[in-house]
Write a protein that binds this ligand. Structure first.
Ligand code: HMG
Ligand code: MG
Length: 285
C-alpha cells in the first residue's frame, strides 16, 4: 500500500488574497465547489482579517454561506484575533487558523504587532475555539527567510512552534513565505522544530518564488512530514511579503508525490481543471 501524503488546498485563501482585482464571490464559490470534488480533506476558503488590510477576503462570510459543503471536508478560515474568530464561528468555518511569524519584521508588517503581542492575541482565540469544539491550526511565516529581517534563526521557529503547540494547535504549518528556502535551510529549520513538535503535527507551506518548493517538499518528506499546503494554479502570495510569488501549485505537488510513490487520494483531472479556473481568475486573463 503506498503511503498517504495529504495536500491541504489553500488556493481559495492564500491564492486569491493577493489578486489585485476583486474576484466575484460567485467565482470563488464555483472554484471551491469544484475543489470539493477533487478528494481534498481540508480546503482553506476564507480569511476573517481586517477588510481594510485585505479587501480581497472581505466576502469570506458570503463565500462560506454560498459553497456546497461536501461531507468529510473541513472548510478552514484564518482568524488573527477574537474579532476574526467571532466572524469565522458565525460563518460556520469548520476549523480556524491563527497565523504568526518567526521574524519581527514580518509580524509587524502582516499583523501590526510584535511576535509576543500576536501570541497574546492568539491565546483567547485558541481557548474560545477549544470551548466551541473547533480545531485550530497554527501557521508560522518566514521560517527560513524574511523580506525585512533576512535569514530566520531555526531556534526562533522552534520557539514559536512550541508556543502554538502549547496553545493547542493540532497542526503547525511552516511557511516559506517568500520562497527563498533551500533544501538545506528547510532541513536545518525542521531539525530545530522537530525537537519541539513531532512530524505528524507539522505541515510544509512553501511558496515557489525561486522554483525550489518541490525540492523543499522532498527534503521535508525525508524528515517525516506528510502534509503540504498548495494552491491550484500556483496562485497567490502574501500582500505583506514583497516579491512573494504563488504557493507551490497543487498539480505539481500531486504529480511529484505520485512519481515518488505516495498516494494523495486526489483526482488529478479535477485538479488540473481547477487550476485552469483559478488561473483564469487572475487579473488580465
Ligand atoms: P490593526 O489595524 O492593528 O487592528 O490590524 P485594530 O485591532 O487596531 O483594528 C483596526 C480596525 O480593523 C478596526 O476597525 C477593527 O474593528 C478592524 P475600525 O474601528 O478602524 O473601523 N478589525 C477587524 N475587522 C474585521 N475582522 C477582523 C478585524 N480585526 C480588526 N478580524 C489586524 C491588526 C490583525 C486586524 C490586521 O493587521 C490584519 O487584518 N492583518 C491580516 C493580514 C493578512 O491577512 N495577511 C495575509 C494572511 S497571512 C499569509 O498569507 C501567510 C500564510 O500564508 C503563511 C505563509 O505563507 O507564510 C498564512
Ligand atoms: Mg502563504
Amino acid at each position: 500500500m503506498p503511503e498517504f501524503v495529504e495536500i491541504f488546498e489553500v488556493g481559495p485563501r492564500d491564492g486569491l488574497q493577493n489578486e489585485k482585482r476583486q474576484i466575484p464571490t460567485a467565482d470563488k464559490i464555483a472554484l471551491i465547489d469544484l475543489l470539493s470534488t477533487a478528494g481534498f480533506r481540508r480546503i482553506e476558503v476564507a480569511s476573517f482579517v481586517s477588510p481594510k488590510w485585505v479587501p480581497q477576503m472581505a466576502d469570506s462570510a458570503e463565500v462560506l454561506a454560498g459553497i456546497k459543503r461536501a461531507p468529510g471536508i473541513s472548510y478552514a478560515a484564518l482568524t488573527p484575533n477574537m474579532k476574526g474568530y467571532e466572524r469565522a464561528r458565525a460563518a460556520r468555518a469548520d476549523e480556524v487558523a491563527i497565523f504568526g511569524a518567526a521574524s519581527e519584521g514580518f509580524s509587524r508588517a502582516n499583523l501590526n504587532c510584535t511576535i509576543a503581542e500576536s501570541l497574546d492575541r492568539f491565546a483567547p482565540v485558541a481557548e474560545a475555539a477549544r470551548a466551541d469544539g473547533i480545531r485550530v491550526r497554527g501557521y508560522i511565516s518566514c521560517v527560513t527567510d524574511c523580506p525585512y529581517d533576512g535569514p530566520t534563526p531555526p531556534a526562533k521557529v522552534a520557539e514559536v512552534a512550541a508556543r502554538l503547540r502549547d496553545m493547542g494547535c493540532y497542526e503547525i504549518s511552516l511557511g516559506d513565505t517568500i520562497g527563498q528556502g533551500t533544501p538545506e535551510s528547510i532541513t536545518a529549520m525542521l531539525e530545530a522544530v522537530l525537537a519541539e513538535v513531532p512530524a505528524p503535527q507539522l505541515a510544509g507551506h512553501y511558496h515557489d518564488t525561486a522554483g525550489r518548493a518541490l525540492a523543499n517538499i522532498e527534503a521535508s518528506l525525508a524528515l517525516g512530514l506528510r502534509v503540504f499546503d498548495a494552491a491550484v494554479g500556483g496562485l497567490g502570495g502574501c500582500p505583506y511579503a514583497p516579491g512573494a510569488a504563488g504557493n507551490v501549485a497543487t498539480e505539481a505537488v500531486a504529480a511529484r508525490l505520485a512519481a515518488l510513490g505516495y498516494e494523495t487520494g486526489l483526482d488529478l483531472e479535477v485538479i488540473v481543471r481547477a487550476g485552469e479556473m483559478a488561473r483564469a481568475m487572475r487579473e488580465g486573463e
